[in-house]
Write a protein that binds this ligand. Sequence first.
Ligand SMILES: [Zn+2]
Length: 458
Amino acid sequence: MKDYSGGIRHDYKQVMMTGAGAPRWPWFVVGLVVPVLGVILVLAGSADDPILPPLANPIATAGATARMPLELPKPSAADSLAAAAAPQEELAQPVLTKLVVGAGDSLERLFRRNELSLSDLAAMVALDDARAHLVKLLPGNKIEVVHRDGSIIALSREISRLATLNITRTPEGFVAGLIEHPVETRAAGAHSTIRSSLFEAAQEVGVSGGVIMDMAGIFQWDIDFIQDVRTGDEFTVVYDELWRDGVKLQDSSIVAAEFINQGKLYRAARYTDPSGEIGYYTPDGRSVRKAFLRAPLEFRRISSNFNPNRRHPVLNTIRAHRGVDYAASSGTPVQAAGDGKISFRGVNGGYGNTVILQHGGNITTLYAHLSRFAAPKLGARVKQGQVIGYVGKSGLATGPHLHYEYRVNGAHRNPRTVTLPPADPVPQEYLQDFETISAGLWHQLDLYRSTQLASASN
Ligand SMILES: [Zn+2]
């Protein structure tokens, strides 16, 4: 029996995060950027402004080219006079302080050490859009703060190579926004033949492990990358890379891929239909996915199989086990096996914290013994792979595991062997569009394969 928790699926998840390219910041961030910009413009005001000299423009870090002046311009005698005449003369000058995180530092310690306002820090950490980016600090991280006598005016932190968090004080309180750094997408691709392992074949042609895991994820419903891959198998992959200022940041999504497994060709192209649905489809427009994940989590082992005559470990009586138990650490995310709607979310007797999803085709799936629920509420629509809860041992359970059930028309089926329905194909009305767009991608696959083969034979 194959333990499906083997590398592929685990790594695939990680890759999908980076593979999706730039983090998709919510649209409301755009709304926030405007007020932030407004305040920044005030901050950056003209050099003649006696109150607000041109310093610490947080947007400058977002652009990543301009650096902030470390020191304030020395006020001239005339400036001092002007400042003395100004009504706000008692206000101290804003100062830029660069905080560098040391071992064991928290933001609170850094603020304390630099005599920055702890209540301002609390107000900033309370911002939904900022919290996650302020609590995790690593030694060497830099945070720039503009303040006046410790009272925060603005804070800026580059949270990744792709984005900077900016927090600015406004008359209504602190406002947080994420500014994406301009990145350029470049196309890349390669073809290789497997002589020893898939990873070595990838390495030979400069394809990262991440892209390979991404590809394995795309074909996971058709090819078992642990058991089925043979020497002589070939793959071709076309994908995007993200670049900034002439430097490659990371690989992004695969746009097309093919894998020849034991002589059989599999091909997939990424397609976003006009309604915004994104998927990988075969040349005839079928989805490469099934409508359900075989297992809705990354698990260590199967601790109990589907079995109509099982002795219950806690009740010690013969009781049908109408699902599969997947042993996993407490807190492991549990994903919706397929697109659907949350029809139950709560405590369900011995099942403990339970989620039931209603899917199309009169299929329901059930997830029991959860330690806690994830965001989607009762009645909410969920997508395949979306996290709906976390592994636990609530209810009657001897240890942390997920009890998972799959029902068709109310009848329990073995989730490990039931024939899973295919995911939806490209909708009929978009088929023409798909064929037009994918034609170029199939052609690219052909080009990368023939180019590589030609150079390999030289
Ligand atoms: Zn169970």
